[in-house]
Design a protein around this ligand. Structure first.
Ligand SMILES: [Zn+2]
Length: 119
């Protein structure tokens, strides 16, 4: 499943970040997902819950923030955000548009518990 490979590489990224910060526990993982990324949020959560066992993110909650789709219009040069996947410029009605970063899937934020320095 697509989502499993995404989460697998996400886990590597999370573990790297946690190691760099000396964090022992990741409590929250915020992902930003573009509407064209082709992922199903609940499958992503299922995959996350499967992979997080015995990792630093074992108790972490996965939060998925969907980005609006942004369209660049080649006719009126406006950039518009739209929440529907419809390739039409809301400003001038042109179909001569391109989506920008609609397929983004990125780690937006990690919340971790970092122990206070050496006792
Ligand atoms: Zn336009």
């Amino acid at each position: 499943m697509h989502e499993f490979s995404i989460v697998q590489s996400l886990m590597n990224t999370i573990e790297e970040h946690a190691a760099r910060q000396d964090a022992q526990t990741v409590t929250r993982v915020v992902l930003r997902v573009g509407p064209l990324a082709g992922v199903v949020p609940h499958l992503l959560k299922t995959a996350f819950d499967t992979f997080k066992d015995r990792t630093v993110a074992e108790i972490a909650e996965l939060v998925i923030e969907m980005s609006p789709l942004e369209l660049n219009c080649r006719d009126c040069l406006q950039t518009s955000a739209t929440d529907t996947v419809r390739f039409k410029c809301p400003e001038c009605g042109s179909l001569n548009v391109e989506a920008c970063e609609g397929d983004a899937l990125m780690l937006e934020r990690l919340e971790m518990e970092v122990p206070d320095g050496p006792a």
